[in-house]
Write a new protein. Structure first.
Length: 672
């Protein structure tokens, strides 16, 4: 039986000893929100290894939590079971119940066949309404102060990604209009700011997360009604002070929430308590003002190394045209910066095409290309991803556009398997199609529909581009006039609509055509800035195909490719770089770095990349030897010493990329 999220395109398999016939059931049987429910008859359900299982009684009290290699036996009773799989899934069943987490499978078993109610909830969030504002900064302050109406709680549990809803949309108009039915929480917290768009843009995600009102003031500061005050004009400057305030409050909320509904052994809590005198138990029930007072008494330097790597920094120009983007930036809980960076000469971005090398190879351009972009490298940040909403072509960041956000929001439910479309429009590049044929759709437990096309005409390519698919991998030639076909060119700027969600245009100078695909309906994709040599492009295509097939988001995939490719700097992301083509097996995308220490000792670094299913605030429990601790999902774990056999056993649990000696591997072939 497969539970599907048809919007986010996630699948979660429940294995039963024999086929079951699901029948519709009442969603009200579940205490937590569900979008659909069925009932089945079975005496056993098998789940993917390392699926965390939480068992509660009818009153909602936690009875057991089983993770890797745990075992619980429960007497006869009615149980509510929460499964932390690729799709948020709940079970309701009569006991007795046994939960057995084995190395390769987690099993729920009953003494005899039972009626099991299965409920599921999509992780897709849609804004509840639209707020209209003028471009007057005072009106914008009032408008974005309504964003916190989307929070599903104002307790520390708002640090869980599923309890932060999508803020209302913003629309520019002639007057401020906040719908009457919008419930904005009264937290007693406000952020005072000089009324400028640059100040408002930077402070909006923090205001949303805290449920704070934005109000005009002479100097920027965070104020609570019980007397707490924190000035943002400190030695680090306004933008960095706001970023630290967001990270500090979010991180310490994650620590304090362990007193709540998910009482887990969190590594970060244990470390914070060993370094500070924080009273987690008292703070859980304290007011927001009391929590902030306690949080800001802790020097940031005491927790800086524990704060998880932030998912996204967005560099956004404080212009009227970008006001309507604030809900999307805030939904990502991004750190916001005013765009600054270093202009990069074309010579550093364009390919260095060596005549001798090209005697035995080709480039993927269809003709002359005219580089006219201004390249800019954004100021460095400590985030996993960066987005650029300003003039210029960013190097090392996603070129995000309003269309990308709108297209993702308007994503429609799609029935059936995950669609992968491969187009090769040049017979000299068939080597790459052999690679992608072996990679795409090779994941156990996921259903794919891989469709390959070769040497298309203009009409055929237009038809393929219009058809719905989850991912398009294009192999061929592109120039200023568009995609090369056997009878001419297709310029993406002439397309009214494209059906693909994500894409990879592995061709020369595909940046402009990629932007046009986003404007026509796509959400995001990987493109090139310059000419790329065919044999090297095949290598990039091989690695990217594996990463995307493994659940890595677009931007994170490209970051990994840069570790073992000399030409990866010639590739970039347009649209939403956080988009994943398929789900990651563990909810987060895992990359390990391995260093050989001595004959039988290796040092492992474990890096988890957030995904749409496991955003900021999610938990992971790495399946490492003797580990029983949880960690915040985007935290990097280092200095892990393993023997050769321990490392081999760990890598056998899941196919993940491993960087060893500056090369990406997908198995243990680098081990002796």
């Amino acid at each position: 039986m497969v539970v599907r999220d048809n919007v986010e395109r996630h699948q979660f398999m429940l294995r039963t000893p024999s086929p079951v016939a699901p029948e519709p059931a009442d969603r009200r049987r579940f205490s937590l929100p569900t979008d659909a429910a069925v009932r089945i008859e079975t005496d056993r359900i098998g789940l993917a290894a390392n699926t965390v299982v939480c068992v509660r009684d009818e009153a909602g009290s936690m009875l057991a939590q089983v993770d890797q290699q745990g075992h619980e036996e429960l007497d006869a009773a009615t149980y509510s079971i929460e499964l932390f799989g690729a799709v948020k899934t709940y079970l309701r069943v009569e006991g007795p119940l046994t939960v057995d987490a084995k190395p390769l499978e987690t099993v729920l078993s009953f003494e005899e066949p039972q009626t099991v109610y299965v409920g599921a909830r999509s992780s897709h969030e849609s804004p509840a309404t639209t707020v209209t504002t003028t471009d007057d900064p005072l009106d914008v302050m009032e408008a974005v102060s309504a964003f916190s109406s989307a929070l599903k709680t104002t307790s520390v549990e708002r640090s869980y990604p599923t309890l932060r809803g999508h803020p209302p949309l913003l629309e520019l108009g002639d007057e401020l209009d906040i719908p009457e039915g919008l419930h904005v929480p009264e937290t007693g917290v406000r952020i005072e700011l000089p009324p400028t768009l640059s100040h408002i843009f930077v402070a909006t995600p923090l205001a949303y997360y805290l449920g704070a009102r934005l109000v005009p003031g002479d100097a920027p500061r965070l104020v609570a009604e019980d007397g707490f005050v924190h000035d943002f004009d400190g030695p680090h400057g306004f933008e960095e002070s706001v970023a630290r305030a967001l990270k500090r409050t979010f991180f310490l909320d994650c620590v304090v929430r362990t007193e709540g509904i998910y009482d887990v052994p969190l590594h970060e809590r244990q470390t914070v308590e060993s370094r500070t005198d924080i009273d987690v138990e008292r703070l859980y029930d304290a007011s927001l003002g009391e929590q902030l007072s306690a949080y800001f008494e802790i020097p940031y330097e005491h927790i800086a190394d524990l704060v998880p790597e932030w998912k996204l920094t967005t560099h956004v120009a404080p212009q009227t045209d970008n006001i309507e983007l604030l809900p999307f930036i805030t939904n990502d809980l991004a750190v916001v910066r005013t765009p600054t960076g270093t202009e990069v000469p074309h010579s550093e971005v364009q390919a260095a095409v060596v005549d001798d090398f090209l005697r035995d190879d080709i480039v993927r351009s269809a003709g002359a290309t005219t580089p006219n972009e201004t390249y800019v490298k954004p100021s460095s940040t400590d985030s996993v991803e960066q987005a650029w909403i300003s003039d210029g072509t960013p190097v090392g960041a996603s070129k995000t556009t309003p269309a990308a956000y709108r297209n993702r929001l308007q994503r429609k439910p799609t029935q059936g398997d995950i669609g992968i479309t491969v187009v090769c429009n040049d017979p000299e590049m068939l080597a790459e199609t052999d690679i992608v044929d072996d990679v795409y759709g090779s994941r156990d437990g996921l259903s794919f529909d891989v469709d390959a096309h070769y040497d298309l005409s203009r009409a055929e390519l237009r038809e393929i581009l219009a058809e719905p698919t989850d991912f398009l991998h294009y192999i061929g030639h592109i120039d200023d006039d568009g995609f090369q076909c056997r009878d001419g060119r297709v310029d993406a700027e002439t397309l009214d609509h494209v059906g693909t969600g994500a894409f990879f245009l592995n061709a020369c100078q595909s940046y402009d055509q990629g932007l046009a695909l986003v404007e026509a309906g796509a959400i995001g994709g990987i493109v090139t800035f310059s000419e790329v040599i065919n044999s090297q492009a095949v290598g990039v295509g091989r690695t990217l195909a594996r990463l995307l097939n493994g659940g890595f988001p677009l931007q994170a995939s490209l970051d990994v490719v840069r570790t073992d490719s000399d030409i990866a700097h010639q590739y970039g992301v347009v649209g939403d770089g956080s988009l994943s083509v398929v789900q990651a097996e563990s909810g987060v995308a895992i990359l390990c770095e391995v260093e050989h220490i001595d004959s039988d000792t290796y040092e492992l670094s474990y890096n988890a990349y957030p995904t749409s299913r496991s955003g900021l605030g999610s938990l992971i429990i790495p399946a490492l030897p003797n580990n029983s601790e949880y960690f915040l999902s985007s935290q990097s774990l280092s200095d892990i010493r393993l023997s050769t056999q321990e490392l081999r056993d760990f890598l056998a649990l899941e196919q993940i990329p491993v960087v060893y000696d500056d090369t990406v591997y997908w198995d243990c072939e680098f081990l002796p």
